[in-house]
Design a protein around this ligand. Structure first.
Ligand code: ADE
Ligand code: ZN
Length: 346
């Protein structure tokens, strides 16, 4: 592929048009304030803010926990299967417009089961939206359930148990929420059980937490992908290992800026991750809170950093390589990606 033959002026158009996989998207983090208010009315939930503008004004975060407090409060409007369906459907409409052809979406069952909203309510609504996304756009959408790491391992075991009737509708397990003080070691036994049951395993690590948490996610949890992982650049031996083992990192630049992991996009370490040969890909994390879905992450990141069409290709290709689908399906999507780049002159 001759990337230098692509007109640099057309790079933003290419970033938007290229097929891509979304592998780091918390569905609760795609709850836009407008839908939040609609669901609050539907379910007669009182919100802390008076209107949509006041909610958006509150989205000024200083670190991960300052975001999580608001994010968990927002999720309280989700009560019925239809609410979860509407949430996921709104996301799929945006994803389809961004040329997402495959999505592995996180959900946080404990945020809902703790409020006496059942696993069945959550999964049935989300799963039906996944099926409809396939029918309408041919999009392949799957669900990954995350354990909240600020809760205990026993509570994670309860969650795994509650998920068993829906085993076929859940692709894998993940680990999210407050990172610092809640290392992966806390969840070694429940991840071992999930792995035995055939779930894929991923974990947030090295978002705010130290490189040691990434080592622990790899060695203790046997995580197949690291979500964020941007702190890895502080540890040369870890960088070598991630490159050698081709462990995917799902990087979310707008999230990292909103949560003050980096001062601005120009200071983001994505170029260092790519230069070191890591399988990094770009994703949106909690787009309703962080100011942009996947294409906006691409556009703003490429505008701020010395990245070109070759990097765009690598990031999109990595997103397919990192996905949990059979090799033939990956090849088919990479062929679509190649055709897109050829159409842009490569
Ligand atoms: N849950 C939702 N977004 C998250 C993030 N960025 N880090 C950890 N847990 C999360
Ligand atoms: Zn995340």
């Amino acid at each position: 592929m001759n990337f230098s033959a692509i007109d640099p002026a057309r790079l933003p158009e290419l970033l938007c048009a290229m097929p891509k996989a979304e592998l780091h998207l918390h569905i609760e983090g795609s709850l836009e304030p407008e839908l939040m208010f609609e669901l609050a009315r539907r379910n007669q939930v009182r919100l802390a803010h008076a209107d949509v503008a006041a909610v958006r004004e509150a989205y000024a975060f200083t670190h991960l926990q300052s975001f999580l407090d608001i994010y968990y409060a927002g999720a309280s409007v989700l009560q019925q299967p239809q609410d979860f369906y509407d949430l996921a459907w709104a996301y799929f409409e945006r994803a389809a417009a961004d040329h997402v052809v495959h999505a592995e979406i996180f959900f946080d069952p404990q945020t809902h089961t703790q409020r006496r909203v059942s696993m069945r309510t959550v999964v049935s609504g989300l799963h039906r939206a996944c099926e409809d996304a396939r029918t309408k756009w041919g999009m392949d959408a799957q669900l990954i359930m995350c354990f909240l790491r600020h809760l205990s391992e026993d509570e994670a075991f309860d969650t795994l148990e509650q998920a068993m009737p829906f085993r076929d509708q859940i692709l894998g397990v993940g680990l999210d929420s407050s990172e610092v003080g809640h290392p992966p070691e806390k969840f070694v036994r429940v991840f071992a059980r999930a792995r035995q049951l055939g779930f894929h395993c991923v974990a947030h690590a090295g978002e705010e937490g130290p490189p040691a948490y990434i080592w622990s996610a790899l060695d203790g949890l046997h995580a197949e992908r690291i979500d964020h992982g941007v702190q890895a650049t502080k540890d040369a031996a870890l960088m070598q290992r991630l490159a050698l083992e081709h462990t995917p990192l799902t990087v979310c630049p707008l999230s990292n800026i909103k949560l003050c992991v980096f001062p601005d996009l120009a200071a983001h370490n994505l170029p260092a991750l790519l230069d070191a040969g890591l399988c990094a890909s770009l994703h949106s994390d909690d787009p309703a809170y962080f100011g942009g879905y996947i294409n906006e992450n691409f556009l703003q990141t490429f505008a701020a950093l010395p990245l070109n069409a070759g990097h765009a290709y690598q990031l999109a290709r990595n997103s397919f390589e990192a996905s949990f689908v059979p090799p033939a399906q990956k090849q088919a999507w990479v062929a679509q990606l190649d055709a897109c780049f050829v159409a842009f002159g490569a």
